[in-house]
Design a binder for this molecule. Structure first.
Ligand SMILES: *Cc1c(COP(=O)(O)O)cnc(C)c1O
Length: 414
């Protein structure tokens, strides 16, 4: 690590020290760092400080920053064609979709631009399937407490956290959240209006909570029994992150619909909703669409990303490195009273702590290690999937230092 001492953080204030009024809406509480360059596991800020990236833009840059093969395909496509309307055939879209369907349980793909849009498409196709194909009036989607599905009106309503709904009333009708792992509560909420159940295999934003395999089998069976569609939100867990191409593969189930976005474009904004063949009838021409969904530029990136993931056996690497990371964390931190639990799937790892961890994140930035939280008390680690053992060792050693300092400061406040 080049950051032997404390890093001087950049940004946030003007030269006279007063907070400058930004021309942006203040929707983000931003850290005082401006990152300007990235390569592999490393980022640099505008002051030349180097950071080990264990957040990856929140599970986006799964192949590291500026992966060479993807970059070259993007550059080549820049010389050919950037955008055409979906009124035309787009060969790159067919190719990317064929790669996705060949390697998953899905038969058809709809491309969009973000995770929220992918979930929005999932909600729409579920309703339309029941209403147009099945001829029932079913519309309701059951989701789970602590889930996260996005920030559009429908997806924030689907999200099982009140903080994303604050001030946005009235919310669209047709959503209910039930506690995860409470099967009777789920069953009690299924009625003649229920269209689908939507679930994350790991509640990532909500605190890195893994869905138990037995429970997931039961959820799948309930869907089959009641004729409900099973929608799995793989926006954060997809593209190899958990040690399989998609997290639901760990559970031996085949969802009717699943969504993907974050890791799909290696940092290029793109999302997708994937589904079984019988859903084709629900998304007939004119029923849904997106100007930017599946442009030649984004499809070049998606194809290169998937090819890299398959060729370099990235999911398997993520499984191995995830195991190494949790082993190292358990060895270094497992016995500390401050650490309540270490859990994860592949390289989506949470460290549950006894207290809020916001200041540990900031202290990490000063030491040159970037990571995020998941809820107030959970440290969330999301390194890229090609991370090395040596990089993991460096991150774990910094984390151990940070936690020791944090607990020492709490015992002995200055
Ligand atoms: C990030 C995320 C979303 C929203 O994705 P955006 O691209 O920000 O719209 C939805 N679901 C899950 C599980 C996510 O992690």
């Amino acid at each position: 690590m080049s950051n032997s001492g404390e890093v001087q953080l950049s940004g946030g204030t003007s030269s006279n020290g007063a907070a400058a009024e930004s021309s942006l809406f203040p929707t983000y509480a931003r850290y005082p760092i401006s990152l300007v360059k990235g390569e592999g596991s490393w980022l640099w800020d505008d002051k030349g400080n180097k950071y080990l990236d264990f957040m990856c833009g929140i599970a986006v840059t799964n192949l590291g920053h500026a992966p060479v093969k993807v970059k070259e395909k993007l550059k080549a496509q820049l010389d050919e064609l950037w955008h055409v309307s979906n009124l035309f055939h787009i060969p790159g879209q067919e190719k990317a979709a064929a790669l996705l369907t060949a390697n998953t349980c899905a038969d058809a793909v709809f491309f969009c631009n973000s995770g929220a849009e992918a979930n929005e498409a999932a909600i729409k196709i579920a309703r339309r399937y029941h209403q147009k194909v099945k001829g029932t009036g079913r519309y309701e989607i059951i989701t789970f407490t602590q889930s996260f599905h996005g920030r559009t009106l429908a997806t924030l309503t689907a999200t099982g956290q009140d903080k994303v709904k604050d001030g946005f009333l009235p919310l669209p009708a047709g959503f209910k959240s039930v506690p995860l792992h409470d099967l009777p509560a789920l069953e009690a909420n299924i009625n003649k209006d229920t269209a689908a159940i939507m679930i994350e295999m790991v509640q990532a934003e909500g605190g890195v909570y893994l869905v138990e395999p037995e429970y997931m089998k039961a959820v799948d069976q309930l869907c089959r029994k009641h004729g409900l569609l099973l929608i799995i939100d793989e926006v954060q867990t997809g593209m190899g992150r958990t040690g399989k191409l998609f997290a639901h593969e760990h559970y031996g189930i085949e969802p009717d619909i699943f969504t993907v976005a974050k890791g799909l474009g290696s940092g290029f904004p793109v999302g997708a909703m994937l589904g079984k063949g019988y859903l084709r009838e629900a998304f007939t021409a004119g029923s849904h669409g997106s100007t930017f969904g599946g442009t030649p530029l984004s499809m070049a990136v998606v194809t290169a990303t998937i090819e890299s993931i398959l060729e370099e056996q990235v999911p398997q690497r993520a499984a191995e490195m995830g195991q190494y990371l949790t082993e190292r964390l358990n060895a270094e931190l497992g016995a500390l009273p401050f650490v309540k639990g270490i859990r994860g799937m592949g390289l989506l790892v949470g460290i549950e702590c006894a207290e809020p961890v916001g200041d540990i994140v900031l202290a990490g930035q000063r030491r040159g290690l970037l990571f995020v939280t998941a809820g107030p008390n959970v440290i969330r680690l999301l390194p890229n999937l090609l991370v090395t053992k040596s990089e993991i060792d460096q991150a774990v050693s910094i984390l151990a230092q940070l936690i020791h300092e944090h607990t020492a400061a709490a015992v002995n406040p200055m």
